[in-house]
Design a binder for this molecule. Sequence first.
Ligand code: AMP
Length: 446
Amino acid sequence: MTRFTELGLHKQVLKAVSQQGYDTPTPIQAQAIPPLLEGRDLLGIAQTGTGKTAAFALPTLHHLVSEPRKRRSKTPRVLVLSPTRELALQIAESFTGYGAFMDCRVETVFGGVKIGRQIRNMERGCEVVVATPGRLVDLMQQGAIELGGVEILILDEADQMLDMGFIHDLKKIMARVPDTRQTLLLSATMPKLIGDLAQRYLTDPVRVSIAPESTTAERVDQGVIHVANGDKLAMLEAVLSGEEIERALVFTRTKHGADKLVRKLLAKGIQAQAIHGNKSQNQRVKALEAFRAGKCPVLIATDIAARGIDVDGISHVLNFEMPNVAEQYVHRIGRTARAGRAGSAVSLVAGDELYYLREIEKVTRARIPVLPAPEGCEAIALPEPDRNMRVTKPKGPGRGQGGGGGAGKPRGQRQGASGKPAGQAGGGGKPGGRQRQRRRASASAG
Ligand code: AMP
């Protein structure tokens, strides 16, 4: 197994890595860092939770500290583009943390806040700018930032940037960065548009793909049933009794919700147990054993607890409540259809969860079909909502992230859809050894 110390990173960077408590690089880090240190371009297919931020931030900081230059006003050396303000903040935080032992100033640029301060920050100068495309273009047009000094350009979550309609801004930005730059493109999915983007803006990139569990997801038979919150229990009961269920893993968002559901199912004569963070290790082991042995065919879990579960033969994943982080859905349903078997995932979706369903469909780039209601439940299944209907993100803290804690607690930042990065494919040409002074035939953007 590779260790961080073997990757060739500068000692100031390694010091920060060790301060973060990292010991072993994640697969994307092990595969991406060495070629990035050689100056290669990168096409990385990886989701949040794989350690992708450090995979691009560490070699970038290595470059900055190995080839120091005087800080210049308005002229960053590294530009990171992010689709959202939240992600931009997270990336900037990572750069600041990993760059703690070097003189590296990191600034963020995004909309929704006053531009004046950002203009002043650019004027003062910094090495790294993490920006959302729209506001960056504003700054460019005001002459507040000069991209001619960009040595490394990173496009993070590029698929989401395209989904959000940033292509025109992206083109304007690409037209301003030097052709000699090193370019890193990261995307959770690899639709054709991302392939086109890579073709256009990357030169002989090294390809690293941390197979998302969506490859598993493709083998899972998925479906949704629209149902009001108040009818979910009856619907779940019908699904559980009507299907060929060997072992069903049922997801709730909260620990409290998991316990409540167990009580209600038991009251209806359905054997169920819960595992979540408030259960003792012993209780968890027992519940898992009963589940494995088939004594208790229904296991209720929260997202965080489910990460540790490795049980073959889960025939069904049932989403009693939808996750509010789309990647979490992929992780959830990836619990079934393991080891080449078939599996089904059924999601019970209430009106206030439609937004999350749409987000999931964006991430998985597939529409989840609406299933017919199980027998006897026709009356409580809601008709399929009009696809053109605008759904907005539910407000308020009621929807906790991923379901680790108690209901109603506001949570922090986006949660990484962690779990195991399954498999990976590296490669992509021989190491070029080519430095940044590469000539590009026609790299400028149209
Ligand atoms: P990311 O995929 O970049 O969002 O990272 C997911 C999480 O993994 C972050 O909380 C990182 O701090 C953490 N992380 C990244 N690299 C490592 C590593 N090599 N060892 C342990 N944790 C890591």
